[in-house]
Each structure stands twice: as structure tokens, then as C-alpha cells.
Design a protein around this ligand. Structure first.
Ligand code: URA
Ligand code: SF4
Length: 213
């Protein structure tokens, strides 16, 4: 139910805003619970708030966010049609990497958001959200390659900030984004088939070749 999802997300956000479960709460201006459509089919998971996100309490509203919005536009989506969250909800000072204990402390919130939204596709942006689903993997090797599991796709992409830093990544970033709708369609096909296999059904094998002679 749409209302239930919105209510669940609002409840999670209400727990995140005053949270003091890890050290990151000390440096924050605003916690950034996440934002978007409670009924989103596609959920994006970034790393953690940066300066602008911390100022506004909203995810991906700085330069990385502008780029993410441009990428979404390539596939005809706006940020309000998807849900955008982060691995940690409070800004690591100086944009340092979040620490393992901080990621662990914040994990129940992200887990609860995913459970509430039940997205068909989870797009991980960068290493830290990728590590939830592809432990030990290298982003340069697996970006743009979906993993289908239990009626959902996990789809790793580079972090938008990485592409802004190393602009040679931009064409790959764009190509990966353009594939997201194809991955979504594949999940829908799998769910419609009533199966939740780990891999998409292979296309029908060609009928056994009849002898032409
Ligand atoms: N980078 C992230 O990982 N998350 C944000 O919300 C903003 C920038
Ligand atoms: Fe709480 Fe997460 Fe913020 Fe740490 S980062 S204080 S666990 S909301």
C-alpha cells in the first residue's frame, strides 16, 4: 500500500534525524534520511551526504546530484520518480570515506528503507553501496552488470562524483544508466513469470533445426 510505504519511510526518517548511534552525528548539520517516491521501482543508493546534502538534509543536491539528475533524464526519469538513499545518513567530515562501524551502525535504516519500498531494481552508486551486494568485487569490473536475485536486480554503477573527477568514465556511466530500464523490464518479466530465479530466464532456445533435406 502506497500510504503504508510513505508512513514507514516517514517513521524511518524520524528515527534518523535525531540518531546518535555513531560518531558521524557529531559533525552533522542535518541528517539525510533519503528522498523520493515511496513506490519507486528503482532505488539508488549512494555513499553519504556531502556538504550541500548536510546543509539541506536532502540527498544528492550538490554537483554529484546535478549529474545524477542529468543521467536520470537520459532515461526519461526525474528524481521524484525514484528513491535516493545513502549508506550513511550523516556527513563524514571533509567527505572522508565512511568507516565500517559507521556503515554497520547505519545499516538498519537502509535495510528498513529497502524493505518499505521493495524496489525492483537497486542501483548502487560507488563502492560502499556496491559492497552490500557484491562483497570483494571491483567496480571497474562489474559496473553495468546486473545481478538478479529473488525477483530483484542489483545493478552497480560508478559514483557520479567519480565520473565528475575522471571524466573519461562519463560515457560508461551514461551507457550504464541507459541500461537501467532494460534491467527493470527484465525483473518485471521474471516476476510476471511467477518465478524468482537467480538468473533471468534465457531466451527460448531456437527450435531444433529441422533438416532441410
Ligand atoms: N554523494 C553521495 O554519495 N550521496 C549524496 O547524497 C551526495 C553525494
Ligand atoms: Fe545514526 Fe547513521 Fe547518522 Fe550514524 S550516520 S548517527 S548511524 S543516522
Amino acid at each position: 500500500m502506497a500510504e503504508d510505504r510513505a508512513a514507514a519511510l516517514a517513521e524511518i526518517a524520524a528515527q534518523v534525524r535525531p540518531c546518535t548511534k555513531c560518531e558521524l552525528h557529531r559533525g552533522r548539520t542535518h541528517a539525510v534520511p533519503g528522498a523520493g517516491n515511496p513506490n519507486a521501482e528503482i532505488m539508488f543508493i549512494g555513499e553519504g551526504p556531502g556538504y550541500h546534502e548536510d546543509q539541506q538534509g536532502l540527498p544528492f543536491v550538490g554537483r554529484s546530484g546535478d549529474y545524477l539528475v542529468q543521467l536520470l533524464k537520459l532515461i526519461g526519469l526525474t528524481r521524484d520518480q525514484v528513491f535516493i538513499g545513502n549508506v550513511v545518513k550523516c556527513r563524514p567530515s571533509g567527505n572522508r570515506d565512511p568507516l565500517p562501524d559507521e556503515i554497520l551502525a547505519c545499516k538498519p535504516y537502509l535495510d528498513a528503507q529497502i524493505a518499505a519500498i521493495d524496489p525492483l531494481v537497486i542501483v548502487t552508486l560507488g563502492r560502499f553501496s556496491m559492497a552490500r551486494y557484491f562483497p570483494g568485487a571491483k567496480i571497474t569490473q562489474i559496473h553495468g552488470k546486473p545481478k538478479y536475485d529473488n525477483g530483484r536486480a542489483y545493478y552497480p554503477m560508478f559514483h557520479p562524483a567519480a565520473a565528475l573527477r575522471a571524466q573519461a568514465l562519463m560515457p560508461q556511466m551514461e551507457a550504464d544508466m541507459r541500461r537501467v530500464l532494460e534491467v527493470l523490464a527484465q525483473v518485471k518479466k521474471m516476476r510476471a513469470a511467477g518465478a524468482s530465479p537467480s538468473e533471468p530466464p534465457k531466451d527460448e532456445p531456437p527450435p531444433t533445426q529441422l533438416s532441410l533435406f
